[in-house]
Design a protein around this ligand. Structure first.
Ligand code: HEM
Length: 336
């Protein structure tokens, strides 16, 4: 984790400087669509972290391919007929698989220690290497899991902080309390001191869980609220519904990071808050996610004030991953 943080600090502080140049504005302020800009940045960060490369000229094509693959999840027509979302998703998958397959021979021969290279050289219990298809499938899933969820959760929190300047000030004060020199990287050992930031991030994922539903299959017969569910039935846990149950979360629409103070958490059911799922398949990347989110907001809020128009309330598309339909119209103002 520590090794990843160096690249995250560099990529994020450079990315935030670019955000200020992306939109329009003058006198130290910039108006921009936040969502597409952060999507590009999280994809770049995932590429640097897990592939050890920058996508460079291919970035747009790869980003487009991931967007099409994710959108296909909820395509109504499930056969890839030309023109349908499913067809675009299948084409997107071809682009991603071809990208990874072309990288594999070079990675197998090299010594690099990024995740893709390690996976290319990893052996199974019988000593054989993973097939090209297995490597490409693992990496395709990982890159999607790592960048789309962070894009959504960073967008949610940046919006909520634009709406709640008082919380922005509290988080900024916590960050200044670290007494790091301006522009310095956020050290791994100090991540734990950003407790309010972690609470705010958790609260944003309560309101807009990046994975709003988690599919499962019943492994044995069971009863649920008077319904008999036979083994093999496909079931889904609605994260979105659970996170907004008023009996667990009073005033569920209200942004209140203090819901995640230690004592409040202890008094709630273990599965009242499940943005990362639970059980054997719980998210493997959650520590990476906290680290990237903290690093992002540390660099953003120590240099920039974010705001939205007072009456602004974007419409959110909630499936398959929450995102503001208009891309989130955000104002950035340099403060350092
Ligand atoms: C805010 C960010 C993230 C959220 C909300 C999130 C959420 C989730 C959820 C809901 C699952 C399914 C869990 C289940 O079925 O019980 C999952 C699985 C997974 N996530 Fe994440 N994730 C995030 C970031 C990441 C990152 C950054 C990575 C990689 C570095 C990652 C890698 C994975 C992997 C590999 C799995 C599959 C685990 C398995 O099936 O055993 N995730 N994630």
């Amino acid at each position: 984790m520590k090794a990843y943080l160096g690249a995250l600090n560099n990529g994020i502080s450079r990315g935030i400087a670019e955000l200020h140049l992306t939109g329009s504005g003058q006198g130290g302020t910039t108006d921009l669509q936040f969502y597409p800009a952060i999507k590009q940045l999280t994809l770049d960060l995932a590429a640097t972290s897990f592939l050890g490369i920058e996508f460079g000229a291919q970035a747009n094509a790869v980003n487009r391919a991931f967007v099409d693959m994710v959108a296909a999840i909820i395509g109504v027509v499930r056969t890839p007929i030309p023109g349908t979302q499913m067809w675009k998703g299948v084409k997107g998958r071809e682009v991603i698989i071809a990208f990874f397959c072309q990288e594999i021979p070079r990675r197998r021969a090299g010594q690099a220690s990024d995740l893709l290279s390690e996976l290319c050289r990893a052996t199974k219990e019988d000593g054989s290497l993973l097939t090209d298809q297995e490597i490409a499938d693992h990496m395709s899933f990982l890159m999607m899991a790592a960048h789309d969820t962070l894009t959504s959760s960073l967008t949610s929190l940046v919006y909520l902080l634009g709406k709640h300047p008082e919380w922005q000030d509290k988080l900024r004060a916590e960050m200044h309390g670290l007494r790091l020199p301006p522009g310095a990287p956020l050290p791994y050992e100090r991540l734990g001191e950003l407790a309010l930031l972690e609470m705010a991030f958790k609260e944003s994922m309560r309101i807009n869980p990046p994975v709003p539903g988690i599919p499962r299959a019943a492994v044995r017969d069971f009863q649920f609220k008077g319904h008999h569910i036979p083994a093999g039935t496909r079931v889904a846990i609605s994260t979105m519904f659970t996170h907004r149950m008023p009996e667990i979360w009073p005033e569920p629409e209200k942004f209140d990071p203090l819901r995640f103070a230690d004592e409040a958490v202890r008094s709630r059911h273990k599965y009242a808050w499940v943005p990362y799922g639970g059980g054997a398949h719980m998210c493997l990347g959650l520590h990476f996610a906290y680290m990237q989110a903290k690093t992002f907001f540390y660099h953003l809020l120590t240099t920039t004030r974010v705001s939205v128009e007072p009456a602004y309330s974007p419409r959110w598309q909630m499936w398959p991953i929450p995102k503001p339909r208009d891309g989130l119209l955000l104002r950035l103002e340099r403060i350092n």
